[in-house]
Ligand binder design. Sequence first.
Ligand code: BES
Ligand code: MN
Ligand code: ZN
Length: 498
Amino acid sequence: MEIRVVYADITQIPANAIIVNLFEGVTSLGGATRVVDGALGGTITQLIADGEIKGKLNEITLIHTQGRIAPARVVVMGLGKEADLTADRLRDVSAEALKFLHRKGAKQVATIVHGAGAGGIDTTVAAQSVVEGALLGLYVFRQHMTKEPDFEDIQELSVVEQDEAKRAAVEEGCNRGRIMAEATNLARNLVNEPANALTPTILAERAKALAEAWNLEYAVLDREQMSELGMGALLGVAQGSHQPPKLMTLTYRGGGSTSLGLVGKGITFDSGGISLKPAQGMGEMKGDMAGGAAVIATMRAIAELKPKINVTAIVPATENLPGGAALKPADVLRAMNGKTIEVESTDAEGRMILADALCYARKLELSPLVDVATLTGACAIALGPFCTGAFGNNQELVDKLIQAGNRAGEYIWQMPMYQEFKDLNKSDVADIKNTGGREGGAITAAQFLAEFVEDTPWVHLDIAGTSFSDKERTYRPKGAVGVAVRTLVNLAIDMAEK
Ligand code: BES
Ligand code: MN
Ligand code: ZN
């Protein structure tokens, strides 16, 4: 779908539909909705008086204009109570409107910048939210469908603004929204891809293609180079699979004194290994590379937005399978920093591949570090499907991530890192073991990672609960959510020199 910014009278736009809005409880109309209502001879006012339009959040009313104005249809979206309006609600509203019009077969859609007038939301933020919501909401994964879709794609979204003074802000917001949404949808595509179509080798190829398209530096480590670097933990996880492991890095050099490191878990399929997972729902583990997908996709948006900061994404990628050469419980591995790990469960593989990737990030002198991983079922149990867990050794960085997440509409909740949890990872035979028991499982996993970042400022985001959804909700589809991409892009922008 093409995004255009248009400066015209909304009643003159030759679109299949225009989208306007209404706050809950409002009876005397303002802004674009008032203009449209006037041109339609008071239809909207009448529908409000009849109690048919209430303005409740995400309420949709379709009006056919019968030639009275240029657009063939008007959609009135409810924005909810004016006092409760947020940028994230604008994403919801825009997504619901576009999904509705897609099902109506619309090809050309126009929308006003909801929330920027009476709503009091900053114009750039409002425009960004409207475009983000639209592009994120319309996402579908049809890669492996041979049947034609029921409805063709909407071809064009025109964002209409009449106020001369707001033009620059609307254009900037629309551009940012498009970049954020396209990167998020890229992450979704990688996560939704089944494991036979996205092996570590293919993931590395996709990262390489992205680097070439967006002028990023690219490097990949194969088994031999990992071995030379002493990445025994990553190699240990990989030894049960016929697919060779890859560790890919993407680097953006925007200048400035910060070199942010983003590390993403890239398990392209997690069967659990010899500590095999139950069969029920195992297919969801094709998405165990969602952290890796998030950091790769983030690099695309950063390359497009060009903030003044250096950013490197690192993705250790392997399958976790129970082949004949697989890792066994009680095996002992040696990570890149020399620490030895007792493998209590081969299903706690994420922390092991991240251990080596974090050591590698330190070797590259990246600081601060943020890792993103579908690490523990325990985090999903603790925080549910709407909230990513944050764990760190640096409060300032944790706070920055929470802030960045807030603006993205991605909830991040900080979890504790008390010393007592670290002690649960003590092993009788090695320096550390890879599980700390069921209780506080998300925290002991984070404490395991902390052993490998040492004194580098670091935050770990556990997205096990937030990366994959069993239900469609406004701009988040069923399946891969693409979580953390927009948060990380916001973080890079916030940390960049102005
Ligand atoms: N990839 C899983 C975590 C996960 C669970 C992600 C559910 C998404 C949804 C991870 O590798 C894993 O298996 N973790 C174990 C750790 C345990 C063995 C200590 C878990 O959470 O059960
Ligand atoms: Mn696992
Ligand atoms: Zn896993």
